[in-house]
Design a protein around this ligand. Structure first.
Ligand code: BGC
Ligand code: IFM
Length: 812
């Protein structure tokens, strides 16, 4: 069943009922101010950091689903309704929600009154604008009230949820004309406040939650609205809110528009006070003056749309498959921007208070984002590198506001260092900017310990080179990409009587996944060093990579597939010899992507095993057979019920690894089949089963062993976005940035006869036509650039040339 449709011309997903299987959300903001917004107006806003600078409150894990947001209420006689249906849930005569790129427009109609709310964060300013338009579609004049509502968070979202003994006494606001200033904590050492305003005279306002909702009221039944008038309350402690009451009369056919704005203001230290204790409102007034009229707001929205059109024009494809086009041209790239901005911090499944920016996560997010705004990717790489330790290991997470590593989580995830090489190599391939390697970057944010980024990469590589186990394979540490595979956990013996048969002296568990990474990104590091002329060092890297390759063949091949790991007792994990968890997806993807076992025929065998043992109609599961009981030597992975998350869920993130691996072997039909299975646009018709948004990827789809096989969870913030875009753009469509230039290497279904692709690469426009007259799956037989045939499949980059016309013929 469908709950909406794609409008590819407007680049929107249009939802036609508020009762979607789960809240279907969108993100507003692409710089510093962000909001989450659901199809019923739920969500919250924050500045830079969802934990430390949260503007509005949201109630996770509450009922009804999706509790709190920016809400507009219309009271006409005794009927109270919301254009987005929540929170009153009054039945609407019609409803739609258009989620677009950085904006959402929600419309409801009731008793011939049309109300629409267009929400967006303008480029260059720290605020969310809500343009609220009301239109009388009836034949009689209408007089009604419009009430707005937001609930402020007292900035630190964790403290806000826990420290009630203090927080019930700190809330402070100020009201002036049609502006509410939320200034809780300003009197301390703070220099920021929030402003909430409407561009019209108001009949009343409220800033105290209890006055507005009633002591035992709720946003679904606000007492002030039921009674028809605001209380003009001034919050003192308890829970500050922002609410305006506007009285409106509309003649038949008449419409009026109001601009509501929620903004974040940060005063410079010297401008902090207007006079001591009085907030400096000057910057708020300046901000508000920019969004007072409908035309100012329409211009800002148009600028946002132009911004996105320009970004997306950097990669476009035209082909007969409209689902493929809408994912590649719009939604997948959009999700890559969101994951780049949010990492794994704030979604409807990530509370914004837990993980900040992940070291490995952000390095991977870069892969799908770097072509959009390479300069931002550059800065991100430097920020991430600054959380690395001198020995090459790294903080696993850092806070976006402070950019400091999170000491509570610490380090010890042994894949982290190599992801820095992955992200940096992707950036250099995209831009040709080797200069980034000369940037001086701190270790552990300590500037006295700064070294060049190149030195950081050296430490990354060296970390894995020197941290190897009994089979010469990389030590896994606390975990590798799979956070839940905690193979050294029995060294933290919970009970002293616990005995193991293996060595008790320490963490010797080894990872085949990291081995695959080492070969793949070691090859990139080798290419970088060669380019820089560090030939001896490059040769050493090469020799280490070759040795790792041999170790994988010697100790990492299980007969039909690659092993997953050795545990701390050097027992095999992911082997046919295991009772459960015989085969895992990750090493099959990463080792083949790295080219391991291709010439020996093992790669092909591994992928056949994936299809035979792990594939399902909804995607490839992470492992089989799933763990039915808890294994102390495996850790968290076996705490999940079979079929969920890392215990045999369809972890969408690593499905593209298999698809890319298939392209390595030239299997275009299978690669595309794998791509399609988890691709949201192809799942739109099964939204009842899939449940999450049909325009973005989710982290996980329940696997074959789960009761709800096919049901997705954790939409939006997942490395899946970056990896699927990398897969489809670089490996299936085959437009692949390489150190030497743009490579054309498609691996497509044999039925695809023609592709037209445009790509902006290193400031030049590439217009590419790929023809496949004989229906092959891979291989270029002729490649012409500006009418001239060239050798090989890398278009040499000519400094200063602004456009390239490329025609590629596929064939053997
Ligand atoms: C996994 C979760 C796990 C967590 C542990 C995440 O990356 O997806 O399943 O509970 O790590 O920190
Ligand atoms: O690799 C991790 C990621 O860092 C966070 N989400 C889950 C993945 C697999 O455990």
């Amino acid at each position: 069943m469908n709950y909406g449709y794609f409008d590819d011309v407007e680049k929107e997903y249009v939802i036609t009922t508020p009762k979607t299987p789960l809240p279907w959300i969108n993100y507003l903001g692409c710089e510093n101010f962000f909001s989450l917004i659901s199809n019923t107006g739920g969500g919250y806003s924050f500045y830079k950091d969802a934990k430390l600078l949260r503007l509005t409150r949201y109630r996770y894990n509450n009922t009804p689903l999706d509790n709190n947001g920016r809400y507009y209420y219309i009271k006409e006689n005794d009927t109270i309704w919301n254009p987005g249906w929540q929170p009153t849930q009054t039945e609407l005569d019609s409803y739609s929600c258009h989620h677009g790129l950085g904006y959402t427009k929600m419309s409801g109609q009731k008793n011939n009154l049309d109300a629409s709310v267009t929400a967006f964060v303008p480029i260059g300013d720290n605020c969310e604008i809500n343009k609220v338009t009301l239109k009388n579609n009836g034949t009689e004049s209408k007089t009604f009230s419009l009430f707005s509502y937001v609930e402020f968070c007292l900035w630190n979202a964790v403290d806000d949820m826990t420290n009630f003994q203090r927080n019930y006494s700190t809330g402070e606001v100020e009201v002036e004309d049609s502006c509410i200033y939320h200034k809780t904590e300003y009197r301390e050492r703070r220099n920021h406040y929030a402003v909430y305003s409407v561009n019209a005279p108001v009949t009343g306002f409220d800033t105290d939650r209890e006055s507005f909702l009633g002591t035992y009221g709720s946003p679904a039944k606000p007492e002030a609205i039921i009674n028809g008038s605001s209380k003009d309350s001034i919050a003192s402690g308890w829970s500050p809110i922002g609410s305006f009451h506007v009285s409106i009369t509309l003649e038949p056919g008449e419409e009026k528009t109001y601009i509501f704005l929620l903004g974040y203001i940060e005063n410079k230290e010297e401008e902090k006070w207007e006079s001591f204790g009085v907030i400096n409102k000057k910057p708020a007034r300046e901000l508000l003056s920019k969004y007072q009229t409908v035309s100012q707001v329409d211009d800002a929205l148009a600028a946002l749309r132009t911004h996105w059109d320009r970004l997306l024009s950097r990669f476009t494809v035209e082909t007969a498959d409209e689902k493929l086009c809408r994912m590649v041209n719009i939604w997948n790239q959009y999700q890559c921007m969101v994951t780049f901005n949010m990492s794994r911090s704030a979604s409807y499944y990530e509370s914004g208070t837990g993980r900040g920016m992940g070291f490995r996560d952000s390095c991977q997010d870069l892969l799908g984002f770097v072509h959009l705004i390479p300069e931002s990717a550059r800065q991100r790489i430097l920020d991430i590198a600054a959380t690395q330790f001198e020995n090459g290991s790294a903080y696993h997470q850092y806070q976006p506001l402070t950019k400091k590593g999170n000491a509570d989580i610490g380090s010890g995830f042994n894949d982290d260092p190599l992801w820095l090489i992955a992200g940096t190599a992707a950036y250099i391939k995209e831009t040709g900017d080797y200069g980034i390697l000369d940037e001086s970057v701190a270790f552990d944010n300590d500037l006295s310990k700064a070294e060049s980024l190149l030195e950081h990469l050296r430490r990354s590589f060296k970390f894995t080179t020197t941290n190897r186990g009994p089979h010469n394979l990389p030590l896994i540490g606390r975990a590798d990409w799979n956070d839940c595979l905690n193979l050294n956990c029995f060294s933290k013996v919970p009970d002293e009587s616990f005995q193991t048969s293996g060595p008790s002296e320490g963490p010797v568990a080894e990872s085949l996944f990291i081995a695959g990474m080492y070969v793949k990104y070691g090859n990139d590091f080798n290419a970088i060093l060669n380019h820089l002329g560090h030939i001896d060092e490059a040769n050493t890297v090469n020799a280490n990579v070759a040795a790792m390759y041999d170790s994988v063949l010697k100790s990492g091949w299980d007969g039909e597939w690659f092993l997953r790991a050795y545990d701390a007792a050097s027992e095999k994990v992911g082997s046919n010899e295991c009772e459960e968890g015989k085969i895992f997806i990750e090493p099959q993807g990463f080792c083949v992507m790295a080219g391991i076992g291709v010439k020996e025929g093992l790669a092909a065998k591994a992928l056949v095993s994936v299809e035979k043992y792990l594939d399902t109609q909804y995607g490839i599961v992470l492992l089989q057979p799933t763990y039915s009981k808890y294994y102390l030597n495996l850790g968290e992975i076996s705490t999940y019920p079979p079929g969920y998350k890392e215990n045999g869920g369809i972890f969408c993130h690593n499905n593209p690894w298999i698809s890319i691996a298939e392209t390595v072997l030239g299997h275009g039909n299978r690669a595309f089949d794998v791509y399609k299975k988890t691709c949201p646009a192809y799942l739109e018709d099964i939204s009842d089963i899939h449940r999450t948004e049909p325009y973005v990827y989710s982290q996980m789809i329940a696997g074959i062993d789960a009761p709800h096989h096919g049901e997705a969870k954790n939409s939006w913030l997942t490395g899946t976005a970056a990896w699927t875009f990398t897969n489809v753009s670089q490996h299936i469509l085959g437009i692949r940035p390489d150190f030497a230039g743009l490579m054309i290497d498609p691996c497509i279904p044999s039925t695809t006869k023609k592709l037209k692709i445009t790509r902006v690469f290193r400031n030049a426009q590439y217009n590419i036509i790929i023809k496949n007259p004989n229906g092959v799956e891979k291989g270029i037989s002729a490649l012409s650039v500006d009418g001239k045939l060239i050798d090989g499949n890398i278009i040499p980059f000519v400094e200063g040339q602004k456009s390239y016309d490329v025609v590629a013929f596929m064939g053997n």
